[in-house]
Design a protein around this ligand. Sequence first.
Ligand SMILES: [Ca+2]
Ligand SMILES: [Ca+2]
Length: 280
Amino acid sequence: MKWSRVLAVLCATAGTAAADEIIVPNAAATTAGSGGYSTLLRSAARSYQLVVGSGELGALPQGSRITGITWRRPTWQVHAAWPGVGFSCVFANYDITLSTSSREPGNLSTTYTDNIGPDAVLVRSGPMTFADAFFPGGALTPATNDFGEIVPFTTPYVYQGGTLLLTVRHDGNNCGGSGSLDTVSSAQCQAIGVSSYTQPDQWYAQGPIVMRLTFEAPAPCDPDVNCDGAVNGFDIQATEEAVNGDFSNFCQPSADLNGDGTENGFDIEAEEQRVNGAPC
Ligand SMILES: [Ca+2]
Ligand SMILES: [Ca+2]
């Protein structure tokens, strides 16, 4: 293997975005809840919204791509795994939207559409199957249950700082069973919901259901995008090529240099500015 090839491999490995996780509320990582809500796994239609203040999102770097979500069973009493080995619960429509929130925690509108910020992304929609021990059970407070399997997003949401708003709407499941999930309070979190898949108004208070988000942090900023040890016009050229699909001279995992979720001319512009001395 040529040395240049070794360098390229090392560079690529170092820059690969590893999946990371954040538990919200943060305290839930070490604190079991004292209750549970079945809104998200209810047999009948339900909708749910949770706003999270930036104070709970310190471990979610700006520019992170959120790629999945999961929750966990409560522990105020022992709950079995849900839906249980040999069982399967299918929701025909299980729609999850992430966005910023136009309202701070404590100030959500009871009309859920008023709370959704302009950057909303429908991160998944359509049928969702929960089968076997999707959400493990068996633990009792002060222990916590393991989080469930990850519900993957088909379109990631890029977090750009500030509040985060989760909106989940489903039309019920085919198994007739509801599964409750752990709740832990935080002054930075407020949840509301409604007993419908479609009703926009008159949402009422809910407990903040503990969630764990899976995300890919943005690659550390290094303007030497072709990994030749220098920062110059060749890096701009390599960025242009990468934006056009040719990554042969580009050693970072993504050409989304400005972290807006797409690879385009703005990333070439960002690289030009960095080569000319702009801070990363
Ligand atoms: Ca370079
Ligand atoms: Ca970009």
